[in-house]
Design a protein around this ligand. Structure first.
Ligand SMILES: NC(=O)C1=CN([C@@H]2O[C@H](COP(=O)(O)OP(=O)(O)OC[C@H]3O[C@@H](n4cnc5c(N)ncnc54)[C@H](OP(=O)(O)O)[C@@H]3O)[C@@H](O)[C@H]2O)C=CC1
Ligand SMILES: CC(C)CCC[C@@H](C)[C@H]1CC[C@H]2C3=CC=C4C[C@@H](O)CC[C@]4(C)[C@H]3CC[C@]12C
Length: 491
């Protein structure tokens, strides 16, 4: 086992100390004056080398221009995706033709004119689901688990009941479907028929909710991991609190897990049901839905691990993460299944089995990489990875208070292949549940996969930057041990 011992660590830390600022796991979020920034906003590793003018310009672009751009475009983006699926046969070419015919503004007005005012039925469905999810969150038992220590020394506490809540929700969906269809001749596919209304309600609610979170973070923060950057736009976009709680509910657990990550599987079920109502059983829809459901089960099984990822320990509760989970997940992440409703593809058994097998393999690799990291850290490196003692680096870092802590960086197993090899698996599994659409229709079914390539590539830079600041020379050493960012030997 390769280790950096305590004396070595101390020496390296002292060397690094003069250059690297104090950081802990989420110090990127601890002080939004100069840190944080989001997946689409991070700086490069050598930010400090740039001249002041360039730095000021970068700062303006990252903290003001990009947030304005994203907040101005993303609500319409999800509407465009819906429009493309329902009115343009999944074809961006057809969508583009509308814009070239009517001009950009005319095209936007045309698309938005197809969005209906929210009906009471849709509002009632969304409110009822949210109330149901909050009840489960409060009532379903689970072990108490703890998130990583924050820069201010807080340790968030969670009830690990995600998997149970997920199973109960899917079971409830099946019961509601049968009851509604049998006794009231109503189908949950009303959500597909009025998906424009769903997106509109979610958009409006999320923006107001983010405003509430912004004000709450300034006036009544739940923990000391909060504060303003002095830039209203950035604060609204990025958030003013890391772990806000409202009425005793953890906001990020609700937005990310109980809403975004639970509504997504529900939408997959609704869209699969709609496809069944329209065409009978369709294997492309089944293959895609099956892989996604396995992925959701994996996510909730590992939910305690998710509480130690960038989303939770770095990203504050603002537009980026909250609007993202409340609207972008239903609008973009579920768009693969949405796009399959009007495009039934017959795959045949051999191709279906091949896709499911590859998809399950990719889900396993992704899960195993996430698991391996936590396993080695929990065992303090005293364990086996792929049958051998793992190569680890005991990396020291400093808290805001100046206290020194130690973390393990794993350089074996999946984490020895590349610093984010699990992203390859994430993209591969996504491709597997998109490819049942084959290539005859439009590009819409592949939009989520393409988005993920962008998001994860950018995230790998962002994580490198975060870990570089946190671990200083230890991170440099780790990068020497594992030189590839995502794809071994290539990138
Ligand atoms: N579908 C989607 O939209 C997305 C899915 N994902 C998935 O979510 C999961 C989590 O990914 P993500 O949040 O990006 O974070 P990662 O799992 O990549 O975790 C990054 C953190 O892990 C720690 N770390 C980094 N390298 C090592 C190492 N070698 N050994 C031990 N710890 C290390 C660091 O935190 P520390 O401070 O603790 O050292 C680092 O900040 C993945 O499965 C990913 O595929 C992620 C993003 C988007
Ligand atoms: C404002 C928008 C332009 C951007 C919003 C982005 C967010 C919706 C997504 C950013 C990171 C995403 C996630 C990270 C890790 C995850 C674990 C994985 O196993 C399931 C998916 C997810 C929770 C995923 C969900 C969407 C993001 C929060």
């Amino acid at each position: 086992m390769l280790q950096v011992d305590a004396a070595d660590a101390q020496r390296i830390l002292l060397q690094a100390g003069s250059r690297s600022r104090r950081h802990n796991a989420d110090s990127d979020a601890s002080d939004s004056n100069d840190k944080g920034g989001g997946d689409l906003l991070s700086t490069g590793l050598h930010e400090y080398q740039a001249n002041p003018l360039i730095q000021a310009l970068k700062h303006f672009v990252q903290k003001t221009l990009m947030p304005i751009f994203l907040m101005a475009t993303t609500p319409t983006l999800v509407i465009l995706l819906w429009f493309c699926a329902v009115h343009c046969d999944n074809s961006f070419t057809k969508l583009g033709a509308i814009f070239s015919e009517k001009s950009f503004i005319g095209g936007l007005a045309f698309v938005w004119s197809h969005v209906h005012s929210p009906s009471p039925a849709i509002v009632a469905i969304l409110v009822s689901y949210s109330a149901f999810a909050l009840c489960l969150m409060r009532l379903v038992p689970g072990n108490t688990v703890y998130g990583p220590l924050t820069p201010k020394g807080n340790r968030p506490q969670y009830t690990d009941n995600g998997f149970s809540c997920f199973l109960i929700t899917i079971a409830a969906f099946l019961v509601v479907t049968v009851v509604c269809k049998t006794y009231f001749s109503v189908s949950p596919t009303i959500v597909y028929d009025r998906f424009d209304e769903v997106l509109l309600v979610l958009n409006i609610f999320s923006m107001l909710f983010c405003l509430l979170l912004y004000v709450k973070g300034l006036l009544a923060p739940s923990t000391s991991d909060s504060g303003s950057s002095g830039n209203v736009i950035f604060d609204y976009y990025w958030g003013t609190e890391l772990y806000p709680r409202l009425l005793g509910f953890d906001v990020k657990v609700f937005t990310n897990c109980r809403f975004g990550m639970t509504v997504w599987p529900l939408l997959v079920c609704v869209f699969a049901l709609k496809s069944y109502e329209l065409h009978g059983p369709v294997d492309s829809m089944l293959v895609s839905a099956l892989l996604q459901m396995i992925y959701f089960a994996k996510f909730f099984w590992w939910e305690a691990g998710y509480m130690c990822t960038i989303d939770i320990m770095v990203d504050r509760a603002g537009y980026y993460i909250c609007w993202g989970c409340l609207v972008f997940i239903p609008g973009l992440y579920a768009s693969v299944s949405l796009s399959l409703v009007n495009h039934p593809v017959h795959l045949g058994l051999p191709l279906s089995v091949l896709i499911v097998t590859l998809g399950v393999l990719a889900i396993y690799v992704n899960y195993d990489a996430d698991r391996q990291k936590l396993y080695v850290r929990n065992a303090q490196g005293e364990c086996l990875v792929w049958g051998r003692k793992p190569v680890i680096l005991r990396a020291r870092y400093m808290l805001d208070s100046g206290e020194t802590r130690e973390s393990i960086l794993l350089a074996s197993g999946w984490w020895g292949l590349a610093r984010h090899f699990h992203y390859v698996a994430e993209i591969a599994l996504t491709f597997c549940w998109s490819v049942p659409a084959l290539f005859s229709g439009g590009l819409l079914p592949y939009t989520y996969c393409l988005w993920l390539v962008l998001l994860l590539t950018h995230r790998s830079y962002r994580d490198d930057e975060k870990c570089g600041k946190k671990y200083g020379q230890f991170w440099v050493q780790y990068r020497q041990l594992v030189p590839s960012k995502i794809i071994p030997y290539i990138f």
